[in-house]
Write a protein that binds this ligand. Structure first.
Ligand code: NAD
Ligand code: GLY
Length: 364
């Protein structure tokens, strides 16, 4: 098992990465001195496979768990589903010392985390991420929230989990498209922070695509370490943490205009990261060779690298980008790269430059 610490003073916590950790959920929660009443929030797909072992482990450790199953998919990140969770927690009489377990991917983690942040003005929660994306990114750092029709993650909070348990065995049942989507966040860490990681990904991608346990453990642990270092320095995104949004401005807008669900989050940010790399080549001197390596790695990972949009779709994309949380005084700000492993945030990008790039893709 590998352990990564998230250094946040009183809110510090540990990420545990290994095989079979789901069966240790009860004893791990017992160490946190919480409870006894708790609720597992999961979705229909994950619940079918993993709710029982999680529930039994909590029961054996002396907890009184309740199980809440929400629909699978991005649509569950809604205020309507939040409301239904509150009702279930009230029925189970959860108290301030009670806790939630988010068992699932980023959708369940963001939703359950938001419920935990707001129910009784905040109760503890534990993340048990079951997608690659959630294990390397969304379960760490405390960003929780839900979507509005107007845009993604527009309602939310910072609420750190008390523990993150990454059971690598759960990745065995993850559909390949979802696994690839997680690789988009993995590649992101190489681009924004760690050129050695990027080179390693170029070398070991075939092993990673085969989900070989040894490389998977190393890569998940390195990504968590990077996220922990970034969040440890800038918990509420006043500066450095913005680098984690590389490729997300365009990516989130693609998700919004295509109706959540057409593109997986990881697929949308794959397109967004390649667009950001190309903008970087124009605006922040990213060497062309680095931009090509970035595109090649996403392509080899089986991720989409561009989107074709007509004029009306492009207009919608710009409107969606302007709703992005990273907009400051009406100006869209980007994270751009100087080279693989080094990025700068808060970069103004003229709309005309983005427009040119999108038009080129639509013709290509
Ligand atoms: P997801 O939670 O929708 O999971 C993807 C699909 O895989 C779902 O159908 C789910 O039921 C299924 N699934 C999950 N684990 C499985 C398993 N082990 N076996 C079989 N099926 C499984 O999607 P995701 O990609 O994990 O997360 C995307 C969400 O995460 C988006 O809403 C995004 O905004 C959010 N996100 C949040 C942060 C953050 O910092 N909070 C960071 C990145 C992404
Ligand atoms: N995934 C972006 C962040 O956690 O800040």
């Amino acid at each position: 098992m590998r352990t990564v610490n998230v250094p946040l003073g009183q809110r510090r916590y540990t990420i545990k990465i290994g095989d079979g950790l789901l069966n240790r959920l009860g004893p791990e929660c017992a160490r946190l001195k919480l409870g006894p009443r708790c609720a597992i929030i999961t979705d229909t797909n994950v619940g079918r496979q993993y709710a029982q072992p999680a529930y039994n482990s909590l029961l054996r450790a002396g907890f009184e768990p309740s199980l809440i199953v929400v629909p699978a998919g991005e649509t569950a990140k809604s205020l309507k589903v939040v409301q239904s969770c509150y009702d279930r927690l009230a029925a189970h009489r959860l108290e301030r010392k009670s806790f939630l377990v988010a068992l699932g991917g980023g959708v369940v983690g963001d939703l359950a985390g938001f419920v935990a942040a707001t129910y009784l003005r905040g109760i503890p929660f534990v993340q048990v991420p079951t997608t690659l994306l959630a294990q390397v990114d969304s379960s760490v750092g405390g960003k929780v929230g839900v979507n509005l029709k107007a845009g993604k993650n527009l309602v939310g909070a910072f609420h750190q989990p008390r523990l993150v348990l990454c059971d690598l065995n759960t990745l065995g049942t993850l559909p390949m498209s979802e696994y690839r989507a997680g690789l988009a966040e993995v590649i992101k860490y190489g681009i924004i922070y760690d050129s050695t990681l990027f080179t390693r990904l170029e070398r070991d991608l075939p092993k990673l695509l085969r989900r070989e346990p040894k490389i998977l453990t190393t890569i998940v642990a390195r990504c968590c370490q990077i996220k922990a270092e970034v969040v440890g320095q800038d918990e509420t995104e006043n500066g450095l943490r913005a680098i984690l949004n590389f490729g997300h401005t365009i990516g989130h807008a693609i998700e919004a205009i295509s109706g959540y669900g057409k593109y997986l989050h990881g697929e949308a940010i794959s397109i967004g990261q390649i667009a950001a790399a190309r903008l970087s080549a124009i605006l922040t001197r990213l060497p062309l060779n680095d931009a090509t390596r970035i595109t090649d790695l996403f392509r080899r990972a089986g991720l989409p690298i561009q989107v074709k949009l007509n004029a009306s779709q492009r207009a919608k994309l710009f409107a969606a980008m302007k709703l992005d949380k990273k907009v400051s005084r009406g100006e869209i700000r980007f994270v751009l790269a100087n080279r693989i492993g080094k990025v700068v945030w808060g970069q103004k990008v003229p709309t005309s430059v983005i427009e040119k790039l999108l038009i080129a893709d639509s013709r290509g």
